[in-house]
Ligand binder design. Structure first.
Ligand code: FER
Length: 303
């Protein structure tokens, strides 16, 4: 269904965003549009950084403590509306302690419930925290479509500009609301940003533009809203202050070239980063395992 929607939306997409979007748009060829862009040209280092997770990693367990998911509202000065976000607090969450925060962004057809539906971050985190494999953290899943009607309705590609506006909403409205409503460690070393597809592009664009705010950045299967590598990181030396740059993608994903291109740039500039390539496509299981490994690296010194 998602693929169908994307297919149907493609003609409008090219006329609407072809001029403004920095990465190449899917080309329209005789015989129909090339959904999701360029053919994948694999390189020798396009390999897994992490194994397939072991069975049960995503199963809710009765023998571990559970965190909490809650849907909250905040006033968005940027959009001029009250907006919703889904917030995970870890097991035993207490105002006696302060927690690091991961801002986790959805894809072009999603909204604030998408990560919950695709990957159940609350289950992954409860299990990992119980095993001592992830730091107790707050996970904020906002709505990255910063416009008055933020539902994924109609031509979902038409809302692409609102995904760029979300930079302001995130910095001016979302983060302050979280930091006043929850017991957080409010410095860059305790703030991470990651997302899938459109949200991966947002995470790279916003993360690198705000190195003073985020020390951990992850792009999963990042979409063509991602800025070009030299725009993301014009001064590679500035990346030395980052604790983690994570890039992952499935080798069957037609958007692969975007992640691969940024990885090649980072490699050429000798900027340390994680490059995790699976054999998957552009799909929820890809993002679930990416999140599973990403959360094991953030807020830990050995990352
Ligand atoms: C595009 C192809 C895919 C695009 C965005 C996407 C803005 C996003 C996909 C997703 O979020 O799953 O050309 O342009």
């Amino acid at each position: 269904m998602r693929a169908l929607l994307i297919l149907l939306s493609l003609t409008t997409l090219n006329s609407t965003f072809g001029q403004d979007t920095p990465n190449p748009q899917p080309e329209v060829r005789r015989g129909g549009p090339r959904v999701f862009g360029q053919p994948v040209v694999p390189n020798a280092d396009d390999v897994r950084a992490f194994p397939e997770p072991t069975a049960g990693f995503d199963q809710k367990r009765d023998d571990v403590p559970h965190g909490k998911l809650e849907m909250i509202e905040y006033d968005s000065k940027t959009v001029g509306t009250r907006r919703r976000m889904n917030v995970y607090t870890p097991p035993g969450y207490s105002t006696e302690r302060k927690y690091p925060v991961l801002y986790l962004l959805h894809g072009i057809g999603g909204e604030e419930t998408e990560w919950q539906r695709y990957a159940q971050p609350e289950v992954l985190l409860d299990n990992l925290i119980a095993e001592g494999k992830a730091e107790p953290m707050i996970i904020v899943m906002p709505n990255g479509r910063a416009q008055k009607n933020d539902r994924p309705e109609g031509n979902i590609f038409a809302a692409a500009p609102a995904f760029a506006v979300f930079e302001k909403d995130l910095i001016d409205d979302v983060i302050p609301a979280i930091e006043s409503g929850y017991s957080t460690l409010a410095d860059r070393e305790h703030r991470a940003i990651a997302g899938l597809s459109m949200g991966g592009g947002q995470s790279l664009n916003f993360g690198f533009a705000h190195l003073d705010r985020f020390a951990w950045i992850g792009g999963f299967s990042s979409a063509p809203n991602t800025k070009r590598p030299s725009e993301l990181l014009p001064d590679p030396k500035s990346a030395t202050t980052l604790k983690l740059i994570w890039l992952s993608c499935g080798s069957k994903d037609g958007l692969f070239g975007i992640s691969q291109g940024f990885h090649s740039y980072l490699k050429e500039k000798q900027v340390p980063h994680v490059w995790h390539v699976t054999g998957r496509g552009h799909d929820p299981p890809e993002w679930k395992q990416a999140l599973y490994y990403f959360v094991q690296k953030v807020f830990r010194n050995e990352a």
